[in-house]
Write a protein that binds this ligand. Structure first.
Ligand SMILES: [Zn+2]
Length: 304
C-alpha cells in the first residue's frame, strides 16, 4: 500500500489523458478525477507536459501533493528494463524513455504499464473478476491485446509481452500483421478484420455493430459471427491450455458481442481444450472506460 494513503493513476490514451486519486485502503472510493485531451499531434514533449498538467489538476482537486509513485497506463508494450514504449498507436511515444522523462517532469516515480494490463488489474481487483486468483483480460477491438493478473499482481514477463495472445499465430491464416508476422489472431478477429471478412463475402463495407444486427437475416453476417466464435475459441483455448485461468474478462468493442458469452463460443473453446469440460468463466467487464485509470492507480500500490 502506498505510504500516502492514496493511489494515483493516469490513463494516457491517444485522444485523452485521465487521472484519478483513490483511497489505498478502499480503491473503490474516488478522491479526485480529471480528464483532458492528449493533443498527441503536438508531439512527445507536449504529451509529457499534458501528463504533468493532469497531475497538477489532481493536486488541486484533492488538496494533496503528489505521492512518491504514480501509475501510468498507456497503449503499447513497455520494455521492462528501459521503461521505453514500443508498439504504441500514439507513435511519437515509441522508443522514448517515457518513464524517465515523466519522472523528470513530475518529480516522482512514474510506473508504466500497458493499458491492457491496467484493464485486467482493475477488473480482477475491483470489477468483474474480483476475488479470482488467475485472471486473463482481453482487449478485443481495433487491436487484440491482453494481460494477466495472478493473485492481484500483473504478470509483466521478461519482454513485457505476457498476455499478448493477439499475436499468436492462427492455424491456416496468412494475412500480414502490422507486427511484422503473418496470420496473427489480430488479423482474424479484430473489429477491422471481421469487417473485411464481411465485405469479402457480401461486397459491402459495414461497421461491426451493423453486421451483428444483420446476423439473423444475412448469411454473410452470420458467417462473420461464426468466424469470430470459431477463431476466438481456437485462439483462447491455447491460452487456457497454458495458463488455466479462473476467469477471462473480455473488453474492447468486439467484446460487446453477446455471442462471445454464449454456449456457441464455449463449445468452440472446448473443441481445442485439453480437458473434458470447460469451467473457465467468460465475463463482461463491469468498470467500463474507468478500468484503465483505476488499473493505473492500482499499479501504484504494487510494492514490487
Ligand atoms: Zn501480429
Amino acid at each position: 500500500m502506498n505510504r500516502d494513503g492514496q493511489l494515483w493513476g493516469i490513463d494516457l490514451g491517444g485522444t485523452k489523458i485521465e487521472g484519478v486519486v483513490v483511497s489505498a485502503a478502499d480503491p473503490d472510493r474516488v478522491i479526485a478525477r480529471t480528464r483532458i485531451p492528449t493533443e498527441s499531434a503536438s508531439g512527445y514533449a507536449h504529451i509529457v507536459g499534458r501528463v504533468r498538467l493532469v497531475v497538477e489538476q489532481l493536486e488541486a482537486a484533492s488538496h494533496m501533493v503528489r505521492p512518491a509513485v504514480i501509475g501510468i497506463g498507456t497503449p503499447g508494450a513497455v520494455e521492462p528494463a528501459a521503461g521505453t514504449l514500443k508498439n504504441s498507436n500514439t507513435t511519437c511515444l515509441n522508443g522514448k524513455p517515457l518513464a524517465r522523462d515523466l519522472m523528470d517532469a513530475l518529480g516522482t516515480e512514474a510506473r508504466l504499464a500497458n493499458d491492457a494490463n491496467c484493464f485486467v488489474l482493475a477488473e480482477a481487483t475491483l470489477g468483474a473478476a474480483r476475488g479470482r486468483d488467475v485472471v486473463v483480460g482481453l482487449i478485443l477491438g481495433t487491436g487484440v491485446g491482453g494481460g494477466i493478473v495472478v493473485r492481484g499482481r500483473v504478470l509483466d514477463g521478461l519482454h513485457g509481452i505476457a498476455g499478448e495472445w493477439g499475436h499468436n499465430p492462427m492455424c491456416g491464416e496468412t494475412t500480414p500483421c502490422y507486427c511484422g508476422r503473418a496470420g496473427c489472431v489480430e488479423t482474424v478477429i479484430s473489429g477491422p478484420a471481421l469487417e473485411r471478412f464481411y465485405e469479402s463475402r457480401s461486397g459491402e463495407r459495414l461497421a461491426l455493430a451493423e453486421i451483428v444486427d444483420r446476423a439473423a437475416h444475412d448469411t454473410a453476417a452470420e458467417a462473420t459471427l461464426r468466424r469470430l466464435t470459431d477463431k476466438f475459441g481456437a485462439a483462447i483455448a491455447a491460452v487456457i491450455n497454458i495458463l488455466d485461468p479462473d476467469a477471462i474478462v473480455i473488453g474492447g468493442g468486439v467484446g460487446n458481442i453477446a455471442r462471445l458469452y454464449e454456449s456457441v463460443t464455449r463449445d468452440a473453446i472446448w473443441r481445442h481444450l485439453f480437458n473434458p469440460e470447460l469451467r473457465t468463466e467468460l465475463l463482461r467487464p463491469t468498470l467500463g472506460d474507468s478500468a484503465g485509470v483505476f488499473g493505473a492507480a492500482l499499479l501504484a500500490g504494487d510494492e514490487g
